[in-house]
Structure formats: structure tokens, C-alpha cells
Design a protein around this ligand. Structure first.
Ligand SMILES: [Zn+2]
Length: 273
């Protein structure tokens, strides 16, 4: 599943290609995504130009000059890329947006958990998909102090807290594990028992982990495509994720796998306390 660094990588790839381009035509071949695609909504975008390519959590927000924003979520297997118009269809290509430069913005999704919605740009933060998202880890709105304050007397394990988009936007399972290892925090620790200094360290670790992954172009565990259509194959050096039974790269303890909230957690019981 693409995580925040992958989406940010796609955003950075799309931004120079899409900004200023006019939408000339929209073709919807499959409506049945996580929320049904409404072709008449998408076709109303024809004639408008892309103004801004933003990201909120794992949503891409493609703003246009006519007051609408195309919201895209890639779900589990979604792919979004720009290609020449004469390139053959890939499997599961559900939506094609023809651009004024003769290229296509295409969306494919084999499992169809993705989403394409047209929403109004005004009050976008109040949209039901966006209004309950926590602070963005990379834009300065997330601070250790804020997390410290909001977790007093709460007992939820810190790993479960981190992957909840209401606490922090866009942190998935992989990067939560990596962040906690880097911050030397036990993933089972109740959030209310984490002090201010350790929250600061956690936020710093999260930023470092995400920045390194973005730098490397995102970590890929499934097929997804970079904005230019190449298959993204970037392997960030993961220190704990999927390394159960292997030695910790910091203390030589043994990495363990447990299940929390139905998801695998990888950590080092020796140096994560
Ligand atoms: Zn260790």
C-alpha cells in the first residue's frame, strides 16, 4: 500500500507536469471504486486548468482554476501516471484525463479501493474525508508538545496511536515501526506514559524517517508507478520492518514481531523501552 512518502513522491512528480495544463477530455471506464466515480462530475472539469498539486495525508488534491479540486486516493493498489496518448492501456485502467499538452493522466487500480472525487476547493478542509485528519508530520503543525498535551491519561499503545490518521496524518504501519525504533520507544507503551522529551524525539524521528524515504523516492512493497510512468522501485534501508528474528542494527538484540490492532509490529525489545 502506498504510504505518505510514496504519495509525496507522486505529488512531486506530477506537479511540474500538470500545473497549468488544461483538461480536454475525461473518460471513465469503471465507476466502481471505494466510492463510486461520478462521470458527470469528472466531465465538468473539462476546460479547466490544474493550478495546484497538493497532498493532505495520503490524499492528492489537484486544484483547478474553476473552483473544483480533484481528490484522489490510491487505496491499496492505485496507480497514477502521465503518459503519451498513444501508449497502450495498462490493465485496470479506469479513468483517463486527457491534457492540453497531448498527454494523458491515467488512473489504474486492480483492487479498486482507490477513490476519485470532485469537491469544491472552498472549505476543502471541512470535507468529510479531510476534516478529521490529524496534523501533517512534515509541515510543522505536528510538535512533540502537541502530542504530549493530547495524550495525557490515555492508555492506547503508541504504535496504534501513530497509525491512526486522526492523531497524525498519513503514517502507515511501516513508517510507524521504523519511527519507534529510531526513537527507542516500545510500541506497546501507553501514550499517557510518554513524556514531553520522548514525544519530541518521536516527532523528530518521524520526520527523519519520512524525509529519508521521500529522498529515496518512497519504499515500494507493491506495484505502483511514479508520476512519469516508471515502476517505482526504491528500497529505503528498513531497520525493523519485516526483519523478525534478525539482529537489531543498533544493539544486536533480536527483532521481534507482535500483532497490534490486527497489524504486524516489528521492534527490538532490548533497545526500545
Ligand atoms: Zn536494539
Amino acid at each position: 500500500m502506498p504510504e505518505l512518502p510514496e504519495i509525496e513522491t507522486i505529488r512531486r512528480g506530477l506537479e511540474p507536469i500538470l500545473t497549468g495544463r488544461r483538461i480536454d477530455r475525461v473518460v471513465v471506464r469503471e465507476r466502481r471504486l471505494r466510492e463510486p466515480v461520478i462521470p458527470v462530475q469528472l466531465r465538468r472539469l473539462v476546460g479547466s486548468r490544474f493550478l495546484s498539486i497538493r497532498r493532505r495525508s495520503k490524499y492528492l488534491l489537484l486544484g483547478t482554476d474553476t473552483g473544483s479540486t480533484l481528490l484522489i486516493h490510491l487505496g491499496m493498489t492505485g496507480q497514477l501516471w502521465v503518459t503519451e496518448v498513444d501508449q497502450p492501456r495498462r490493465p485496470h485502467e479506469h479513468v483517463v484525463i486527457s491534457l492540453s499538452d497531448g498527454r494523458d493522466l491515467r488512473f489504474a487500480d486492480s483492487r479498486r479501493f482507490g477513490m476519485l472525487l470532485v469537491i469544491q476547493t472552498g472549505n476543502i478542509d471541512q470535507h468529510p474525508r479531510l476534516r478529521n485528519l490529524g496534523p501533517e508530520p512534515l509541515d510543522g503543525s505536528l510538535t512533540g508538545d502537541r502530542l504530549f498535551q493530547s495524550t495525557r491519561n490515555r492508555t492506547r499503545p503508541v504504535k496504534n496511536f501513530l497509525i491512526d490518521t486522526r492523531s497524525v496524518a498519513g503514517v502507515g504501519n511501516i513508517y510507524a515501526c521504523e519511527t519507534l525504533h529510531r526513537a527507542r520507544i516500545d510500541p506497546r507503551l501507553p501514550v499517557g506514559r510518554i513524556g514531553r522529551i520522548r514525544w519530541e524525539r518521536l516527532v523528530q524521528s518521524l520526520r527523519t524517517v519520512l524525509a529519508e524515504a521521500i529522498e529515496a523516492g518512497g519504499t515500494t512493497f507493491r506495484d505502483y508507478l511514479k508520476a512519469d510512468g516508471e515502476v517505482g522501485l526504491f528500497a529505503v534501508a528498513l531497520r525493523v520492518y519485516n526483519r523478525a528474528g534478525k539482529p537489531c542494527l543498533r544493539c544486536a538484540g533480536t527483532i521481534r514481531r507482535i500483532t497490534q490492532a490486527g497489524r504486524g509490529t516489528f521492534f527490538c525489545p532490548r533497545c526500545q523501552r
